[in-house]
Design a protein around this ligand. Structure first.
Ligand code: ATP
Ligand code: MG
Length: 330
């Protein structure tokens, strides 16, 4: 659907791509564009995309100029190509995305401060409790309470530290780490929200260490997005199963299965390469999975999705074990 207030104009170009006419919309495209090639007038990221051979319209979102181009190839009755009709609109998605990005960046700056504010009084109170515990006799009925309180404060401190780590702006050095540890960390971060929303997390983790090489925070980001997607697919609650195991000699497999609404087949192919989102009112950017794919590929792995409508979705992530990945680089 076109929103007329966003239309900037319609451009007609001949079969060589040369602009022959410009009909101004609300944005008054200048007539000086006439005579230019349309892809020079509106530089698109990849000129190789062959709209004419594909015989189907193509949409380009130009982030820098904030425009959206819908390019329609035109054919005469005999099917010979004779030019292009190009609808030029404001790229509102770009605007919405940059607002969203802005919010995330602000959050990234605020969260470390909040985490510090939580940690400071926490360590003060924990210190006192530890002192009470040390002084308490074994027969003291309060001893168990002190121990429980200390445990709970530790849990909050871990949560605050995880937030601090996750929002750190600087790149972390690559290192060897155990995927199971990252999963435990992520469950600590999201566990409370999931419980509140009737989502049960069942983990079935490999008993041995499963070590990969890279930036652990990035993998954390992938797992959080996948878990949040699963939760969003189960508004009335459900189950997320997390499995880790050895897939082949040099590959590990991490799987997240949910009991959510599932994804229709057409969208499955789109989901990793477009900014498709089903979340209304700015609740999703649609970039979660494309970013996950980039991160997993940086690790030398692969991410796949299988889904059945009404039954649920399985996200499978294959990652090379640390020796396989390091051999590739060194
Ligand atoms: N487990 C899942 N079950 C059902 N649908 C899913 C699942 N995972 C992803 N999807 C669909 O894929 C879309 C794209 O997911 P993606 O993570 O890329 O973006 P998003 O979740 O919409 O936005 P963001 O990640 O910014 O919050 C989702 O909007 C949803 O429609
Ligand atoms: Mg998402």
């Amino acid at each position: 659907m076109f929103e007329t207030e966003n239309i900037l104009g319609i451009v007609v170009a001949d079969k060589y791509g040369i602009i022959k006419s410009v009909s101004p919309g609300n944005g008054n495209l200048p007539s000086s564009l006439i005579g230019m090639k349309w892809y020079d007038a509106f530089p698109i990221p990849d000129k190789e995309i062959n709209i004419v051979e594909k015989r189907s319209p193509e949409v380009f979102r130009l982030c820098e100029s904030g425009k959206k181009l819908s390019v329609f190839p035109s054919y005469d009755k005999e099917g010979s190509f004779f030019g292009f009709h190009i609808l030029v609109e404001k790229n509102c998605e770009g605007e919405r995305y940059s607002q969203f990005l802005n919010k995330v960046l602000c959050l990234g700056k605020i969260v470390p401060g909040i985490a510090h504010e939580i940690n400071n009084p926490l360590s003060y109170v924990s210190g006192w409790l530890q002192m009470f515990l040390d002084k308490a006799q074994d027969t003291d009925p309060q001893k168990k309470t002190y121990e429980t309180l200390i445990c709970e404060f530790e849990r909050i401190a871990n949560l605050a530290n995880s937030l601090l780590d996750f929002t750190r702006q600087t790149a972390r050095p690559k290192k060897i780490f155990d995927i199971n540890d990252v999963i435990e960390d992520v469950i600590t971060m999201v566990g409370y929200t999931m419980k509140n929303e009737n989502v049960e997390i069942i983990k079935n983790l490999a008993s041995s260490e499963i070590e990969v090489y890279g930036e652990s925070d990035k993998l954390k980001q992938v797992f959080i997005n996948v878990i949040q997607n699963a939760r969003d697919a189960m508004p009335d609650g459900g189950t997320i199963c997390i499995n880790t195991n050895i897939f082949q000699d040099d590959l590990y497999m991490v799987q997240f299965s949910d009991t959510g609404c599932g994804i229709i087949k057409d969208q499955l192919n789109e989901i990793f390469c477009s900014s498709y989102t089903s979340k209304a009112d700015g609740n999703g950017s649609g970039l979660g999975l494309p970013v996950c794919k980039t991160i997993i590929e940086e690790f030398g792995g692969a991410i796949d999705l299988e889904s059945k409508i009404g039954e649920g979705t399985v996200v499978s992530i294959k990652l090379p074990n640390c020796s396989a990945k390091q051999n590739e680089h060194y």
